[in-house]
Ligand binder design. Structure first.
Ligand code: AMP
Length: 224
C-alpha cells in the first residue's frame, strides 16, 4: 500500500523526453526528481569509484549493474528534498530494478503510485538523440534542428560550450535502443500486471505531453 510519500515512475526509450517531463512533473507535484543518468554523469565527472565504473557502461550504451543503481536510488530517497516522494526518471530499466525499487519502497511502507510510459517511435528517437546537444556547464538541452541556440555551439543561458553526449553518437544510439527493447520493455510487462500504469504519446510538443501526463495523473483509476 502506498504510504505518505508519492512515487511516480516515468518510463520510455532514450530521447522520449523523460528528463524534461520528469523535471516539470517534479516541480508541479513538489516531489524530487531521481534521475539515475544524471547521478551517474555527476559521479563520472567527480571521478568517484562509481563514476569511473559507470563511465564505461555509459559510453557503450550498456546498463550499469542493478545493485549500483538500487544503492544510488535508496541513498537519494533519504535526502530531505525527497520528503514528499519522487519522480523516477530512467529507473527502473530492468525487471530486477523494478523488483528492487518495490523492495526499497516496501521497506519504507510505500509503493509506486503511478507508472507513466512515454511512447515515441524509433525513427523519431534517432532524430532527437542525434541532434541533441547539451551545455557542458549548466546541462541545458538543445536540438540543432528543433531547439537550436541563438549562437551555434554556445549556451543561451550561461554562455557555456555545447557538446554532444558520448552516448548520443549514432553507434551508441543503436545500442541504447537495442538495450531498451531487450531489457527495459519487459519492465512494461511487469507493471502491466499491476494497477496504475498509463501510456502517453511522446511525439508531441513538450507542453502537450506535459498536459497528457497531468490529465492521466488526475484521472480516476489507471486506464491507459
Ligand atoms: P539516461 O541519461 O537516463 O539516458 O542514462 C544514460 C546512461 O546511464 C544509460 O545509457 C546507462 O548506461 C546509464 N543508466 C542510467 N540509468 C540507469 C539505470 N536505471 N540502470 C542502468 N543504467 C543506467
Amino acid at each position: 500500500m502506498a504510504g505518505r510519500r508519492r512515487h511516480l515512475v516515468l518510463i520510455g526509450p532514450p530521447g522520449a523526453g523523460k528528463g524534461t517531463q520528469a523535471t516539470r512533473l517534479a516541480a508541479e507535484q513538489r516531489l524530487c526528481r531521481i534521475s539515475t543518468g544524471d547521478l551517474l554523469r555527476a559521479a563520472a565527472q567527480a571521478g568517484s569509484d562509481l563514476g569511473r565504473l559507470a563511465e564505461d557502461f555509459m559510453a557503450r550504451g550498456e546498463l550499469v549493474p542493478d545493485e549500483l543503481i538500487l544503492d544510488l536510488v535508496a541513498e537519494e530517497l533519504d535526502r530531505p528534498g525527497c520528503a514528499s516522494g519522487a519522480v523516477y526518471d530512467g529507473i527502473p530499466r530492468t525487471v530486477d530494478q523494478a523488483r528492487g525499487l518495490a523492495g526499497i519502497l516496501g521497506e519504507r511502507g510505500e509503493g509506486v503510485e503511478r507508472v507513466i510510459v512515454i511512447e515515441v517511435p524509433e525513427s523519431e528517437i534517432v532524430r532527437r538523440l542525434a541532434g541533441r546537444r547539451v551545455c557542458k556547464k549548466c546541462e541545458k538541452l538543445y536540438h540543432i534542428g528543433f531547439a537550436p541556440p541563438k549562437l551555434e555551439g554556445v549556451c543561451d543561458a550561461c554562455g557555456g560550450e555545447l557538446i554532444q553526449r558520448h552516448d548520443d553518437r549514432p553507434e551508441t544510439i543503436q545500442r541504447r535502443l537495442a538495450v531498451y527493447r531487450e531489457q527495459t520493455e519487459p519492465v512494461l510487462a511487469y507493471y502491466a500486471e499491476r494497477p496504475g500504469v498509463t501510456a502517453v504519446p511522446g511525439d508531441r510538443a513538450v507542453d502537450e505531453v506535459a498536459a497528457s501526463i497531468r490529465h492521466r495523473l488526475t484521472a480516476v483509476g489507471s486506464g491507459a
